[in-house]
Design a protein around this ligand. Structure first.
Ligand code: KIV
Length: 279
């Protein structure tokens, strides 16, 4: 299943060396994974944003290992060339390194993904090291780490003060030293992200972290404009699909109610001869 993928950790790391930008988007199901894969996106992230955008929770905290594995499997079936990275959900890697390795192993075995992503820096470094030592590629995640939303005091830009900026820079170095092969930087000032990108040898993938990162990631549902309401400042909408969805569903409703749909072309035939024999 995963043996013939074209985008490997080596390819991703080579991109930084060659100065070629990495593209990453979130995917939660087979169809979207296929769209993104066929469009040539390098990395598909089965993000635990699944909790917000697919499962309807108001944070990522309730997302379970079973949720991530279920959706990870579907994405892997649709992504033939792209690398698939699956988020480790809240409390699947914080309790002990043993549990972290067991859960990372389950994700790899059961989904067919190529890597896992963990949120945090020095606090979770023993888990990162142990997972890497087990032969599992790890993507780090620094800055606004949604699993820590309550301790961060909400969804806000991170690393604006000297102390927090220095911690973020040091954490990126720690993740690199402990074997992470890439790191997501979420909601950090663009010039801090640039400094981090220059200071480490592994690729940075930004979301709300400016143009100087080695790659970019967005939540695909935001990019497609699937929701009419609030959209984060950093999430550029490349389409407003919620308008087309609402129009299509309204038209379907009207045509069903007025018996315009299904028409003859959407119906199957039976011969008069057979019909006449029925009683
Ligand atoms: O869960 C997710 O979608 C993420 C991205 C925002 C990077 O972690």
């Amino acid at each position: 299943m995963s043996g013939n993928r074209q985008i490997t950790t080596t390819v991703i790391q080579q991109r930084k060396i060659e100065g070629k930008t990495i593209t990453m988007l979130t995917a939660y199901d087979f169809s979207m994974a296929k769209f993104l894969n066929d469009a040539g996106i390098d990395m598909l992230l089965v993000g635990d944003s699944l909790g917000n955008v697919v499962l309807g929770y108001d944070s990522t905290l309730p997302v379970t290992m079973e949720d991530m594995i279920h959706h990870g499997k579907a994405v892997c079936r649709g992504a033939k060339q792209a690398m698939v990275v699956v988020d480790m959900p809240f409390m699947s890697y914080q309790v002990s390194t043993e549990q972290a390795v067991t859960n990372a192993g389950r994700i790899m075995k059961e989904t067919g993904a190529q890597a896992v992503k963990l949120e945090g820096g020095r606090e979770i470094v023993s888990a990162v090291k142990a997972i890497v030592n087990a032969g599992i590629p790890v993507v780090g995640h620094l800055g606004l780490t949604p699993q820590s939303v309550h301790s961060l005091g909400g969804f806000k830009v991170q690393g604006k003060e000297e102390k927090s900026a220095q911690k973020l820079l040091d954490d990126a170095k720690i993740l690199e030293e402990n074997g992470a092969f890439a790191v997501v930087l979420e909601c950090v000032p663009a010039l801090l992200a640039q400094k981090v990108t220059q200071a480490i040898g592994i690729p940075t993938i930004g979301i709300g972290a400016g143009v100087h990162c080695d790659g970019q990631v967005l939540v695909t549902n935001d990019l497609l404009g699937l929701y009419p309401g609030f959209s984060p400042k950093f999430a550029k909408r490349y389409a407003n699909l919620h308008v087309q969805v609402a129009q299509a569903v309204a038209e379907y409703k009207k045509e069903v109610e007025t018996r315009v749909f299904p028409s003859v072309e959407h119906s199957f035939k039976i011969s008069d001869e057979v019909l006449e024999k029925l009683y």
